[in-house]
Design a protein around this ligand. Structure first.
Ligand code: CA
Length: 288
């Protein structure tokens, strides 16, 4: 499969790719540098916003602004002015944690979790931000709260705690926004890498990026692995479908944890990749 590395983009910890259907652009973050990127594939431009603290996940809102998971909680980004304002603090009493990956459910609630910045196990949690700004904790004892997404019928939520390392699945109650009956969806052999970001495609299959695996895995709804796509650098972080037909698959990557030797061997570390796997994505849900 042809994998294109988009020119001029070199993230330290690239993450959180999100296709913006309204603007036809790809948003993504560079977490520890506190940057949000807005890549416009038609123009080939990349506008960068400084958030002022680590930023790890994004959601577009119908009203045109973005919700960001930032170190200290949930924030709003005005894409016209670049202004950042806090919506809600999360774990304000714990400066050792930061927020990490997130995703919007079919009711416009933004789910995002936390992790320790000091490698502490089971110090994180998973939260739900409601349209009225209320934050509810749904899981605790999480090591690295990472990718999450829903099945097309909204009855399952897939979830990754990279500390396990598995992809788990919950029964999801869309009306109440609650989780039940956690069980393993797939277990990934550590020699293949660690599960990081994920996305569910239009055929209800699960794509996951493998940190230190340099690849994507695609799983059928019954947990059978149906394909592996190799990428040219080891720290692949998260996939996102995009493009006018939702047939492009973007993948972010990182250079942050590579030794000088590994970095020299992998000049595309930190790049934004694009490929055409022949499978369509779903339009991302908007936060309310
Ligand atoms: Ca991640």
């Amino acid at each position: 499969m042809d994998v294109e590395s988009l020119p001029g983009i070199s993230a330290e910890l690239g993450e959180g790719p999100l296709w913006d259907v309204g603007r036809q652009c790809l948003w993504f973050v560079d977490i520890m540098r506190g940057l949000v990127h807005r890549f416009d594939p038609a123009a080939g431009t990349d506008r960068v916003y400084e958030i002022g603290q680590p930023v790890s996940a994004l959601a577009c809102r119908a009203r045109g602004d973005l919700v960001c998971a930032v170190r200290d909680g949930f924030a709003r980004l005005d894409p016209e002015t670049g202004a950042v304002t806090m919506i809600a603090a999360v774990e304000a009493d714990n400066p050792r944690n930061r927020m990490n990956d997130g995703c919007v459910d079919a009711r416009g609630r933004f789910w995002a979790g936390t992790m320790s910045m000091h490698h502490e196990r089971e110090a994180g949690a998973l939260y739900r931000l409601d349209p009225d700004g209320t934050v509810t904790r749904h899981l605790s004892g999480v090591t690295t709260s990472n990718g999450l997404d829903w099945s097309g019928d909204n009855r399952r939520m897939y979830y990754i705690d990279t500390g396990l390392p598995r992809i788990d699945v919950f029964d999801f109650d869309l009306e109440g926004g609650t989780l039940a009956n956690r069980r393993a969806f797939v277990t990934i052999d550590p020699v293949e890498g660690k599960p990081d970001g994920m996305i569910v495609d239009a055929e209800d299959h699960v794509w996951v990026a493998l940190w230190n695996g340099g690849c994507l895995h695609r799983y059928a709804p019954d947990g059978t692995r149906v394909s592996v796509v190799r990428l040219p650098t080891p720290l692949t972080t998260k996939p996102a479908f995009g493009g006018p037909d939702l047939l492009d698959l973007y993948v972010t990557s990182a250079s942050i944890a590579l030794s000088a030797e590994a970095r020299a061997a992998s000049p595309s570390a930190g790049a934004l990749f694009r490929l055409r796997p022949g499978i369509r994505g779903r339009a991302p849900r908007l936060a309310k």
